[in-house]
Design a protein around this ligand. Structure first.
Ligand code: C5P
Length: 230
């Protein structure tokens, strides 16, 4: 069954802890740039101390030595999953994989779910980019460099699944129920669609964070993921 990972995109630690008190069934949280910049390692230790698995989503994209150092720090902190950018290149990803060891799953961010073909083409100086082909290309490079998996949108996950080994982790953000608003996500899907396409981890933030009853919303995501068969 796919794991549901809650993106803790909240302004600070107290807000995060108050929310988590209301979500006893939660197993995975994602700490991104917002919360990490405010609260740092003590917050991550606090989350791990609550029995949560932490996905540290800082999307590293730097020279190999710096990324390897960041991965080592994340491993020593006890996080279970972390992200690097596939566009950091093979040497950077190999350095990251070497520093990750066996307890830290490193996944490569491919094409951000906020991109459409035009914005990706503009960002990379190209005319028109087929996002599925680009995602598959980056995903193959990540796994061949030794990473455990990739982050991609639900629109590409089936194509990526077809070309990568079965154990590859496929982490899919941009998850929305039928009734949810997309926000800035352009390539989004329901939990069922993402799981049926082969996602192993679903990342959801605002539809739970902003729900009047976050526990009920989280349960809906978990149930939709559980009922879908990949
Ligand atoms: O609120 P929402 O459900 O859109 O949150 C999605 C989360 O997934 C955010 O924390 C965002 O940073 C992250 N993410 C993403 N697209 C990627 C990689 C990560 O939306 N390609």
């Amino acid at each position: 069954m796919a794991e549901v990972v809650l993106a803790l995109d909240l302004p600070g630690g107290p807000e995060a802890m108050r929310l988590l008190d209301r979500l006893p069934e939660l197993k995975w949280v994602k700490v991104g740039s917002i919360l990490m910049t405010r609260e740092g390692a003590p917050l991550v230790r606090g989350l791990i101390g609550r029995g949560l698995r932490v996905f540290l989503d800082l999307k590293w994209h730097d020279i190999p030595n710096t990324v390897a150092g960041a991965v080592t720090a994340a491993r020593e902190l006890g996080v279970s999953m972390a992200t690097v950018h596939a566009l950091g290149g093979r040497t950077m990803m190999e350095a990251a994989a070497g520093a990750g060891g066996t307890d830290l799953a490193l996944v490569a961010v491919t094409v951000l779910t906020s991109h459409d073909p035009a914005s990706y083409g503009q960002a990379t100086g190209r005319e028109a980019v087929a996002l599925v082909d680009e995602t598959v290309r980056q995903a193959k490079a990540a796994v061949s460099a030794g990473l455990a998996g990739v982050v991609c949108s639900a629109a590409e996950v089936a194509s990526v699944r077809r070309v990568l080994p079965e154990e590859t982790l496929l982490v899919v953000p941009g998850i929305r129920r039928e009734k949810d608003t997309a926000g800035d996500q352009v390539r989004f899907a329901t939990p069922g669609e993402a799981v049926r396409a082969g996602a192993t981890h679903l990342v959801v933030g605002r539809p739970v964070l902003q729900a009047p009853d976050p526990a009920a919303a989280l349960t809906q995501f978990v149930e939709e993921a559980r009922c879908a068969v990949s």
